[in-house]
Design a protein around this ligand. Structure first.
Ligand SMILES: NC(=O)c1ccc[n+]([C@@H]2O[C@H](COP(=O)([O-])OP(=O)(O)OC[C@H]3O[C@@H](n4cnc5c(N)ncnc54)[C@H](O)[C@@H]3O)[C@@H](O)[C@H]2O)c1
Length: 195
């Protein structure tokens, strides 16, 4: 490829199919819209549906939108999501692991009742879905996984040791999958929004 062949079309996601966990609220909704604006169809698995806003945003870009109500921590969630996205959109090219929770408390009160669900949603669920989708992407020899970390992947912070621990953890998982999957044509990255 010559430098004169460069085109902004290289950034186009036209025809790609993207899963965005928790993609119907907060940052996830912004990722869904950005992917649609870049040309991708969007599949959102989330524990709660919205009022139709996300569908309207994606469809206004001329892209398809599908939703699955699912608890990402359920053991069968990865299989259900891969199957439902493949049925609805015809395949998977991108996974954005965006869904996350942040429970807060004073350090003496922050116990396993807060730690365990945060590890389940913020770390184990992205791994489990990354594993299931990763197998699919490796088989097709292309694709992208983007894990949403945080500034607290680099800092400790206060009131939530599990937030810092799970966000550090997802960066480690990202680095491992980046090394493992690159040889199969699959790119794995993390984004660290500022909090
Ligand atoms: N908002 C910020 O400023 C900020 C900053 C840094 C990092 N982040 C990270 O960005 C991501 C999105 O954050 P946000 O603030 O937009 O969150 P949000 O609370 O607006 O959205 C989270 C989404 O995840 C879904 N979700 C939560 N638990 C789930 C479960 N068990 N199963 C299925 N869906 C579930 C929720 O229904 C919701 O749609 C998170 O990983 C968060 O840690 C956010």
């Amino acid at each position: 490829m010559d430098i004169r062949d460069f085109s902004m079309d290289l950034f186009s996601l036209a025809g790609k199919r993207a899963i965005v966990t928790g993609g119907n609220s907060g940052l996830g909704q912004a990722f869904s819209l950005a992917l649609a604006k870049a040309g991708a169809d969007v599949f959102v698995p989330s524990v709660v549906d919205d009022d139709g806003t996300t569908r309207a945003l994606v469809e206004a870009e001329g892209r398809r939108y599908a939703f699955l109500e699912v608890d990402l921590t359920a053991p069968d969630a990865p299989t259900r999501i891969v199957d439902a996205c493949t049925r609805a959109l015809g395949g998977i090219d991108v996974l954005v692991n965006s869904a996350g929770i942040c429970l807060l408390d004073d350090v003496e009160a922050f116990d396993r009742a807060k730690w365990d669900p945060m590890v389940a949603v913020n770390l184990t669920a992205p791994f489990a879905l990354g594993h299931a989708v990763g197998k699919h992407l490796v088989a097709q020899g292309s694709g992208k996984i983007i894990n949403i970390a945080s500034l607290f992947a680099f800092l400790g912070g206060q009131w939530s040791p599990a937030y810092a621990a799970t966000k550090h953890g997802i960066v480690g998982f990202t680095k491992a999958y980046c090394d493992e999957l690159a040889q199969h044509g699959v790119q794995v990255n993390a984004i660290a929004p500022g909090y």
